[in-house]
Design a protein around this ligand. Structure first.
Ligand SMILES: C[S@@+](CC[C@H](N)C(=O)[O-])C[C@H]1O[C@@H](n2cnc3c(N)ncnc32)[C@H](O)[C@@H]1O
Length: 267
């Protein structure tokens, strides 16, 4: 097979990697992703995509490291304070008025858990956490492990209001560890957004700082899926550096920057 010999270009690497792992790098912005992979190849002294692929294929630890390297896990509690303030003061109370029975929130691409735990803290401070189901998914096992532990360095909680630090965290040495009452409310699952079935019956989906890595076609694919699983009037929250150019195509309208709402007429 020609693909298995000689030097490869990035397209050949992507094809072989997809066959081996099921992760389609073609869904991510090429220039950004290729540059990142080339940086690692240089560090590992594997100057060619074919050599690099063989190195990964022959070594499960190297493959695991590569997978974790691909995923950019930057996150923190109360990232974008204004957005969370709006969710707390306006959006959640409104959703709960329209759907008083239960509230399913999906944090899609949750990384180390700061985002879904922030939602849990907000819902608890609104005294409605018992009515909520918070599902948090990511494809990165290492990040999910950190999320499940729920203990963080100071830099991750710096934007958290002081009263929440006292109320929801315990200090363990240098770490800030979430109290069990919050931790037990978030269900973490390994999930690939491009492959696995979306969480159904959501009233809110947070997919923040994830879209930015995907090509336009992949973003459209996800928007269509998110719209399908959101209840009418449900909310999609994206990152501050992200933008949906044609929300109407997917049954959304823009409520605020980063906050989109599914039209009540669209099922
Ligand atoms: C920059 S973090 C964003 C974390 C959090 N949403 C926030 O805004 O703070 C991006 C996350 O998206 C995840 N991700 C990237 N591609 C994914 C995919 N195909 N399926 C699931 N998660 C993915 C990465 O593993 C990473 O944890």
């Amino acid at each position: 097979m020609e693909m298995l010999s000689g030097s490869w270009d990035y397209a050949q690497f992507k094809a072989a990697f997809y066959q081996k792992t099921g992760l389609d790098l073609d869904c991510y912005k090429d220039r950004q992703m290729e540059r990142r992979i080339r940086q690692l190849m240089q560090r590992e002294r594997k100057p060619d995509f074919h050599l690099f692929y063989q190195y990964l294929a022959d070594s499960p630890p190297a493959m695991e490291y590569f997978f974790n390297y691909l995923t950019i896990n930057t996150s923190e509690f109360f990232r974008d304070e204004k957005v969370y303030a709006r969710l707390k003061e306006e959006i959640f109370p409104e959703l709960l008025k329209n759907y008083p029975e239960s509230l399913t929130v999906w944090s899609a691409g949750c990384s180390i858990g700061a985002e879904p735990y922030t939602v849990a803290i907000i819902l608890d401070s609104l005294k409605v956490l018992d009515r909520a189901q918070i599902i948090a998914t990511d494809m990165d096992d290492k990040a999910l492990l950190t999320a499940q532990k729920g203990c963080y360095d100071l830099k991750y909680v710096q934007k958290t209001p002081e009263e929440h630090i006292h109320r929801y965290f315990d200090r363990e040495g240098e770490k800030y560890c979430l109290k069990t009452e919050i931790k037990k409310k978030v269900i973490f699952k390994r999930h690939n957004l491009l492959v696995d079935a979306p969480v159904s019956g959501c009233l809110m989906i947070l997919c923040r700082n994830v879209f930015i890595y995907f090509k336009a076609e992949t973003q459209d694919f996800l928007l269509e899926r998110f719209s399908r699983v959101l209840k009418p009037g449900g909310i999609l929250v994206i990152g501050s550096a992200e933008y949906i150019s044609n929300p109407g195509k997917f049954g959304f309208f823009k409520r605020y920057n980063t906050i989109y709402q599914k039209k009540t007429g669209s099922l």
